[in-house]
Design a protein around this ligand. Structure first.
Ligand SMILES: [Fe+2]
Ligand SMILES: [Fe+2]
Length: 163
């Protein structure tokens, strides 16, 4: 279907992001099971809870705008990122090296989400959807803080490996 204006583009990107988050609700439990470090397991479990809330926010954002609804489509970008993560799990044993790879895979996902929500916030603002912008900005904040947390865990993991 052709995208004719910024509103339709917004709806398309919102739907893509909804697919991306749904895929993450299935990937995060697997990442938590594959991780070795307790803090990393906890971080994945915590972000799973956040991700479930983020899916609700996407619905709320769509509901706050007349004529907008989330469509069923697949985020191929997220599908590929998750596949890379699964391949990483398959080619490592449980331990610090796999944990480093899991953190790398998770940070790619977070950066992808930060880009997606950054654009959604900007578009919502341009279109005058103030409520939707506020809702999506909450999620953007969570994605950024998850990325920060993973950076810290990556540094601790390097120390763990050396010790
Ligand atoms: Fe997310
Ligand atoms: Fe995330």
């Amino acid at each position: 279907m052709m995208i004719k204006d910024a509103q339709e583009l917004f709806m398309r990107l919102l739907s893509e992001t909804n697919s991306a988050e749904k895929q993450m609700t299935r990937a995060l439990p697997k990442m938590a099971r594959a991780a070795d470090d307790e803090k990393l397991v906890e971080a994945f479990q915590h972000h799973l809870e956040e991700t479930q809330g983020q899916l609700e926010r996407l619905e709320q954002a769509a509901d706050s705008i007349p004529d907008i609804r989330i469509k069923r489509l697949k985020s191929h970008a997220m599908e590929s990122l998750i596949q890379e993560g699964e391949e990483l799990i398959d080619s490592t044993e449980k331990g610090p090296v796999r944990d480093a790879g899991l953190i790398a895979a998770a940070q790619k996902v977070e950066h992808f989400e930060i880009a997606a929500y950054g654009t959604l916030c900007e578009l919502a603002e341009q279109l005058g959807h103030t409520k939707a912008k506020e809702i999506l900005a909450e999620t953007l904040k969570e994605e950024k803080s998850t990325d920060d947390k993973l950076s810290k865990l990556a540094k601790q993991n390097i120390n763990r490996k050396a010790g």
